[in-house]
Design a protein around this ligand. Sequence first.
Ligand code: ATP
Ligand code: MG
Length: 395
Amino acid sequence: MSRPAPFFAATLAVGTEITDGQILDRNSAWISQKLVHEGIQVIEHRAVADDRAEIARALGELSAKVDLLFVTGGLGPTSDDFTRDLLAEVFGRPLEFHPASWQQVQDKLTARGVQVREIQRQQCFFPKGSRVLDNPLGTANGFAFDATQEPGGRMVRLVALPGPPAEIAAVWEQGLAQDLSALVPEAEREKLFIYRCLGRGESEIAELTEEIVSGSGVRVGYRAHVPYVEVKLWAKANDVSAQAVLLQLRQRLQPWIVNENDEDASDKLLARCLGGGSVRILDFATSGLLQERLGSVIRGRNIGEGALDLVIETVYSGVSEAGDSGRAEIKSKARGSEESVFVALLPDHEAQTWWLYFREASAQEREIELKPNFNLKIQSERAKRFVTEKTLLLF
Ligand code: ATP
Ligand code: MG
């Protein structure tokens, strides 16, 4: 099944633990992020209780408006798991036993030392014509089939996945990802472009953006997450006029764009260290925020112990002002240092500015006087985030 864009998708999370508020529907968020990257627009997330009538109604309503519907949860063997029965019922596909799945269930349970029970067989029935999606982590395999509600009606692809998030990720890797990338032809995909801006507020950035984008047909969205304002744009890679709009906008926002798409401000610093460079940062300004920020990126990317020659010293006292003597002291420290890059951040409380100092063994030193357009005393957390990002962008 391959059809032109727009290609719409929705997710349906099944589980009373979700509608009761015991857990949040993380599955829909995770799936949607994946779909957006495949050029598929997700237009609705719905959650329903483990209730036959509600599940059936949601299946009917959602499948009437999308091309691709994900249903998560309720595939297990217990009496409150109805997803497979209702998919079979609503789309008129009798359930068929899948011996290979039953064999897998028996093997998995035996390997875990768990007694195989007859009730587990329920997980091995799939609506006629389904493709079974292997679940290497759990006992309930997922499944997918293309269906129409009435004969001759429009086609919708249904994908049913188990509830546990880790199992969904595992099924995804087993081939579902590949299936999906074949759904929307490359040329038809709407790609997400992100311009991440720093130093101007959301409304100001939005005003500049709207002047260029409005009426152009390019979809636009905004996300403010301190200290950034992200401008998100969706356009087809082969749409010449849309690409021209993106280019024009990039020029307009140039002074504030700090990175694009999935780049992170810390990328260059980390690449430098991973490439064998050594970096030392003396931080008198962020109360540890810079260290925390880098630490979370390093952990998130699973960069091993000892892979980086990076020293960050957070200083809460000592040379605490960027006056003449403070600066001279830092510079003499930098000249005596052995690292390939030496960086220092000093606040000047009086002037409400920061002094950023950057010295490379091979090149000259750079000094930047940073003055944000907001009140440092009132917005001190925001100020710290701002100076943290500006420091990372020095690299
Ligand atoms: P199982 O065989 O494990 O019961 P299942 O397919 O029947 O799988 P559920 O019983 O609906 O799935 O959910 C199992 C667990 O998965 C839930 O207790 C919950 O922790 C997690 N889970 C289910 N749905 C979601 C969701 N939408 N977002 C996050 N976690 C979820
Ligand atoms: Mg269950």
